[in-house]
Design a binder for this molecule. Structure first.
Ligand code: DX5
Ligand code: ZN
Length: 238
């Protein structure tokens, strides 16, 4: 059995049955629940606010991970923390004071993670990775579920993994977008340890637990490449 963690994204859930779907995901062995928050500015879509977290907090003990795809994350941290959030993923893009945002998350006693979009280089993490618990590599452009996996992000996952092993080995490498039974083995081989999946779990015609098992089965016998073809190993000069 793989040690890779699964973080079902409720963006793909049936909102009329949200509580039951999260309970089903917990029974299926979810490690955390991924909550996508969108403001219509940072990304061209709207999703949900802290009230959803407050309701979910009543029905699950699983960690609630909040992916903030919003223009001013600092403004909403306290509200989401009070609602019962356990961790925050904030984007590098558009944040002029990322370190301050991370400090604020820490001051609230929550886990902090930094997300990078497909067009953003892994090198931007150099000066922040030592301060975070997670890095989220977006494997689609943020804003919508059900999108196609962006394959060019694969070598970047390897570069993020290398950076983390060098600077902050306890940090998790998480991926988000287009993860299914085909792409899951690829991202794990590249170095991911936490997989966010929306449509592959809640959008599957089968039961939530069955879909989660299918993802896990796809990972059987998948071991991380120590040196992916696209990645030439640690840079001795740094
Ligand atoms: C996209 C969100 C993802 C989304 C993934 O902006 O951050 O978490 O729910 O959905 P799938 O797994 O359907 O690509
Ligand atoms: Zn997300």
């Amino acid at each position: 059995m793989s040690i890779v963690k699964l973080a079902p994204s409720i963006l793909a859930a049936d909102f009329a049955r949200l509580g039951q779907q999260v309970v089903d995901a917990a029974k299926g062995g979810a490690d955390r629940i991924h909550v996508d928050v969108m403001d219509g500015h940072f990304v061209p879509n709207l999703s949900m606010g802290a009230v959803v977290v407050e309701s979910l907090r009543q029905i699950t003990h699983l960690p609630l991970e909040i992916h903030l795809m919003i223009s001013d994350p600092d403004f909403f941290l306290e509200e989401f923390a009070a609602a019962g959030s356990d961790s925050f993923l904030v984007h590098w893009e558009g944040n002029n004071n990322l370190h301050r945002t991370v400090q604020r998350i820490r001051a609230l006693g929550r886990r902090a993670g930094v997300a990078i979009n497909p067009a953003t280089s892994a090198t931007v993490l150099e000066e922040i990775v030592q301060d975070v618990d997670q890095v989220l590599v977006m494997t689609v452009n943020p804003g919508f579920g059900h999108q196609q996996f962006v394959r060019t992000t694969l070598p970047k996952i390897g570069r993020v993994r290398e950076l983390i092993e060098r600077r902050q080995p306890a940090c998790e490498v998480e991926v988000d977008g287009g993860i299914d039974t085909t792409t899951a083995p690829l991202v794990v081989r590249a170095g991911a340890t936490v997989l966010v999946a929306g449509s592959a779990i809640f959008g599957d015609r089968r039961a939530v637990g069955t879909a989660m098992n299918a993802l896990r089965m796809a990972l059987n016998n998948t071991e991380r490449d120590t040196e992916p073809a696209e990645w030439s190993g640690p840079q001795r000069s740094q």
